[in-house]
Design a protein around this ligand. Structure first.
Ligand SMILES: C[S@@+](CC[C@H](N)C(=O)[O-])C[C@H]1O[C@@H](n2cnc3c(N)ncnc32)[C@H](O)[C@@H]1O
Length: 194
């Protein structure tokens, strides 16, 4: 388990102090501007489908979850395939109580840990884990989260079906809701799982 280190120089802290004043009032645009400061993968691993969610898409998704479904503030969240952390950071900025970000790639987790430090965020932990191992054996993580968010690999790199495994893991971990980004072409499969 890697946790964000808290002793990062304060001068590096990216400013989102005003967000703490009133999380409910953070506009989608403001959230997007904060997320634009999140560092992304140095050398994305195509085999792991490491394409970061754009700040615009992340802010739109999370702001909708927050304002339309009231599913972030005070909630315990898991982010499956956390990557460099844009979704986890956004969840924290919108007032969730805790986020666990999970990824198979230690290098992605290191970038994410650095982002967490730079934003001076203290309620995100990171777990080095293959999501596939959680599908049948979630252990203590079973039902441990209110909400799961994710932008999973789509299964286009000789890993067909991984998106469905991520969804199954999400359903095992979440008590209430799973919010996941998928290709339009897989919409029929998604409907079947509802
Ligand atoms: C499309 S990227 C999304 C990254 C980040 N969540 C974002 O929104 O920018 C998918 C992420 O899933 C991770 N990943 C791929 N296969 C995985 C697996 N079997 N278990 C855990 N993480 C995995 C990749 O390393 C990558 O960080």
């Amino acid at each position: 388990m890697i946790t964000a280190n808290d002793d990062y120089p304060k001068s590096y802290t990216k400013s989102f102090a005003d967000i703490n004043m009133s999380r409910r009032s953070v506009s989608r645009k403001k959230l997007e501007s904060y997320l634009q400061e999140v560092d992304v993968f140095d050398n994305p691993k195509m085999q792991l489908e490491q394409y970061p969610t754009t700040p615009h898409l992340a802010a739109s998704m999370l702001h909708t979850i927050h304002t339309h479904f009231n599913d972030l503030e005070g909630k315990c969240v898991a982010d499956l395939g956390v990557g460099s952390g844009v979704l986890s950071l956004g969840c924290s900025m919108l007032g969730c109580s805790y986020v666990l970000g999970v990824d198979i790639d230690p290098e992605a987790l290191a970038i994410c840990a650095n982002n967490i430090s730079e934003f001076d965020i203290t309620n995100i932990d990171l777990l080095h884990c293959d999501i596939r191992s959680l599908v049948n054996h979630p252990g203590r993580l079973h039902g441990a989260f209110d909400v799961v968010v994710m932008n999973p690999p789509f299964g286009t790199k000789n890993n067909q079906g991984i998106d469905m495994l991520f969804l199954q893991a999400g359903l095992a971990l979440a008590r209430t809701s799973v919010y996941s980004l998928h290709k339009t072409s897989t919409r029929e499969v998604g409907n079947m799982m509802q």
